[in-house]
Ligand binder design. Structure first.
Ligand SMILES: C[S@@+](CC[C@H](N)C(=O)[O-])C[C@H]1O[C@@H](n2cnc3c(N)ncnc32)[C@H](O)[C@@H]1O
Length: 208
């Protein structure tokens, strides 16, 4: 099954709160985005946002330029419906993060929770990093959360790559300056614990 069909099938057959990655609120993400983007005009993209409530929480905090990208049209439709009229204040993009035609230097913050770790092919990871480098403004921030070294080896039936903070930062290379990382123990709706590592970095400014 191709990835789009896989993910759309997940979202057509499971309620939002039934998937293992569900949290009512993405607290660590909200905190890191708040540090990266104190101004409410910041352009923020949640890549592979799925049905996550992060977009709701960003709108509530007054952010005016929020984009959600996902492969699954069903996930985007569920999130839009949940938001009602407020959905009109969000840019919704359906596509693959590794190939989407992002406008150059559009975003101040790039956020990804539990997407990058599905890229088991090094070429796909390199394409992802090129996309982030293109889409994020110099001086902007990239927040990527993956399963940590003690996290699961699979999610949603798919193999993942697990990272510690150094490995995750290493995937992004010298164009991304490491600022901090966090570890989170996520309790799934079924009650198991999954270790996540969040990498928070800044896109290097070109030298004058
Ligand atoms: C484990 S879910 C995480 C969803 C959300 N970030 C969260 O934390 O609740 C992974 C999400 O990434 C999306 N996805 C997977 N591969 C993708 C890709 N190549 N491009 C865009 N979205 C992708 C899936 O459709 C799914 O919504």
């Amino acid at each position: 099954m191709d990835p789009k069909a896989h993910w759309d099938n997940v979202y057509r057959t499971r309620k939002p709160s039934e998937v293992s990655w569900y949290r009512p609120h993405l607290e660590v993400s909200i905190e890191l985005i708040g540090e990266a983007a104190p101004g409410r005009d910041a352009h923020i993209i949640d890549v592979g946002g799925g049905e996550a409530t992060l977009v709701d929480d960003l709108l509530v905090r007054g952010y005016r330029n929020v984009t959600v990208l996902d492969l699954s049209p069903t996930a985007l439709a569920v999130a839009r419906e949940r938001l009602g009229a407020a959905a009109g204040r969000v840019a919704w993009l359906c596509g693959d993060v590794t190939t989407f035609a992002f406008a150059e230097h559009r975003y101040d913050v790039w956020h990804d929770r539990a997407v990058f770790h599905f890229l088991t092919d090094p070429q796909a990871r390199a394409a992802y990093v090129r996309q982030a480098a293109r889409a994020v403004k110099p001086g902007g921030h990239v927040i990527v959360a993956t399963f940590g070294p003690e996290g699961p080896t699979k999610c949603s039936g798919l193999e993942v790559v697990r990272y510690d903070a150094a490995m995750l930062h290493g995937e992004f290379g010298p164009g991304f300056l490491r600022e901090q990382h966090r570890t989170e123990l996520h309790r799934t709706p079924a009650g198991s614990i999954q270790q996540f590592v969040y990498c928070y970095c800044k896109v290097a400014q070109p030298r004058a």
